[in-house]
Ligand binder design. Structure first.
Ligand SMILES: CC[C@H](C)[C@H](NC(=O)C[C@H](O)[C@H](CC1CCCCC1)NC(=O)CCNC(=O)[C@H](Cc1ccccc1)NC(=O)N1CCC(N)CC1)C(=O)NCc1cnc(C)nc1N
Length: 329
C-alpha cells in the first residue's frame, strides 16, 4: 500500500507548504502543514476559542462517528520560532493521500499562540519527525507516518517541495522520475525527534566542495536554510549589496542582484541550490530589497536544512533504514 498527496506553497515566498488531510467519519478535510521537524498531529477544532479560530477550518470530534476521546491525555508544544499550542487528545481515522490510519492521535487545540491565529492558511500541523519528539502526556503518541509505516509497501516517505508550484509527499514508495540525480543516502539521527544528518562539505557558486562537514536537520516545517555564520558570510561575500537588516532580522540585498548558487555534499551526491531559490522574497510588497533564503543559525543552536534547501532536491525520509536520501531535482 502507498499514499500520495499534493502539497502547495502557502504564499509567494514559499513560507510554508499546505497539504489536505481527511479526519473522521464523515471526512472533515483540513489544510495542514507537514513538519518533519516535529512529531505531533494537532488541529484547530471546535474546542479552540472562537476568537482564535476565526478564518480556520475546524475539526469537530462530536461530528465524527469514529472519534474517541483519549481521556486524561493533554499536549503542549513550543516551536523554534516561539509559536506554541496546547490542548487535549482524540483518536480518529486520518487519511493522507488515500492511505488511512484507523486510530491516529489527533491533538485538538484549546489554546494557540498569535502566530497560529494569524496564519489562517493552515489549521494545524502533521508531525513527521520521530515518535520520541511527541509531546502528549502522560503517554506519548505515535505520528501518522509511524502508525502507517508497517502497512506501507516500504517504511519511507519522500518530500518533493517546489518553488511556486505543486509538489508532493509520497508514502511507501520513491518516484525517482521526480529527480534528475542519483539518490545519495546518509544515516539519519532521530534521537532528538528530528531527522538529523551530516553534510560532508559545501561550496558557493559552483566551486569544488570543501570538506567542512555540517550537522543539521532536514526540516519541512522551517522556511529557511539556517547555517553557521562562517558559511553565511562566505556566501554573502559574493553578493555586493548584501547587508544585515536589524528590522528584518536577516541579510537582505538588492532584488536585482544575480545570486550565486550554494551546494552541499550528502551521501556521495552534490545538491546545488540555484541562486533563484536563495532569493526568498522582497521584504515588502513591491520593495526592491529582497530577503535571503540562507540565514544564520547562530542563535538557534542547530543547523536547519529547511524548505529553501529541500526545494532543490527529492528527499527520502527512510525510517526503516534510519537514513535520509537526497537527489538533485
Ligand atoms: C520535536 C521538535 C519540537 C516539537 C519543535 N520543533 C521545531 O520547532 C521545528 C519545527 O519544524 C517548527 C515548525 C513550524 C512551527 C510554526 C508553524 C509552522 C511550522 N519550525 C520552526 O519553528 C522553525 C522556525 N519557523 C519558521 O521557519 C517559520 C515557519 C512559518 C512559516 C509561515 C508561517 C508561520 C510559520 N517561518 C519563518 O520563520 N520565516 C518565514 C517568513 C520569513 N519572512 C521569515 C522566516 C522544537 O524544536 N521545539 C523545542 C523548542 C522550543 N522553543 C524554542 C525557542 N526552540 C525550540 N527548538
Amino acid at each position: 500500500q502507498t499514499g500520495s498527496a499534493n502539497t502547495n506553497p502557502s504564499d509567494s515566498a514559499d513560507d510554508e507548504y499546505i497539504t489536505s488531510v481527511s479526519i473522521g467519519t464523515p471526512a472533515q478535510v483540513l489544510p495542514l502543514d507537514f513538519d518533519t521537524g516535529s512529531s505531533d498531529l494537532w488541529v484547530f477544532s471546535s474546542e479552540t476559542p472562537k476568537s482564535s479560530a476565526s478564518g480556520h477550518t475546524l475539526y469537530s470530534p462530536s461530528k465524527s462517528s469514529t472519534a474517541k476521546k483519549l481521556s486524561g491525555s493533554t499536549w503542549s508544544i513550543e516551536y523554534g520560532d516561539k509559536s506554541s499550542s496546547s490542548g487535549d487528545v482524540y483518536t480518529d481515522v486520518v487519511t493522507i493521500g488515500g492511505f488511512s490510519v484507523k486510530t491516529q492521535a489527533v491533538e485538538s487545540a484549546t489554546k494557540v499562540s498569535t502566530q497560529f491565529v494569524q496564519d489562517t492558511v493552515i489549521s494545524g500541523l502533521v508531525g513527521l519527525g520521530f515518535d520520541v519528539g511527541n509531546q502528549v502526556s502522560p503517554r506519548p503518541q505515535k505520528t501518522w507516518f509511524s502508525n502507517a509505516a508497517n502497512s506501507l509497501a516500504e517504511p519511507l516517505f519522500t518530500a518533493d517541495l517546489r518553488h511556486q508550484e505543486t509538489g508532493s509527499y509520497n508514502f511507501g514508495f520513491i518516484d525517482t522520475s521526480l529527480a534528475k540525480g542519483t539518490i545519495g543516502y546518509t544515516p539519519a539521527d532521530g534521537s532528538e525527534g528530528y531527522w538529523g544528518f551530516t553534510a560532508t562539505g559545501y561550496s558557493v557558486g559552483g566551486a569544488k566542495l570543501n570538506r567542512n562537514s555540517i550537522t543539521g536537520i532536514a526540516d519541512t516545517g522551517t522556511t529557511l536554510l539556517l547555517l553557521p555564520d562562517n558559511i553565511v558570510d562566505a556566501y554573502y561575500n559574493n553578493v555586493e549589496s548584501a547587508q544585515y537588516d536589524d528590522s528584518q532580522e536577516g541579510v537582505v540585498f538588492d532584488c536585482s542582484e544575480d545570486l550565486p548558487s550554494f551546494s552541499f555534499g550528502v551521501g556521495g551526491q552534490t545538491i546545488t541550490i540555484s541562486g533563484d531559490l536563495l532569493n526568498l522574497t522582497p521584504i515588502e510588497e513591491g520593495s526592491s530589497t529582497c530577503f535571503g533564503g540562507l540565514q544564520s543559525s547562530a542563535d538557534i543552536g542547530i543547523n536547519i536544512f529547511g524548505d529553501v534547501a529541500l526545494k532543490a532536491a527529492l528527499v527520502v525520509f527512510d525510517l526503516g533504514n534510519e537514513r535520509l536520501g537526497w537527489a538533485q531535482k
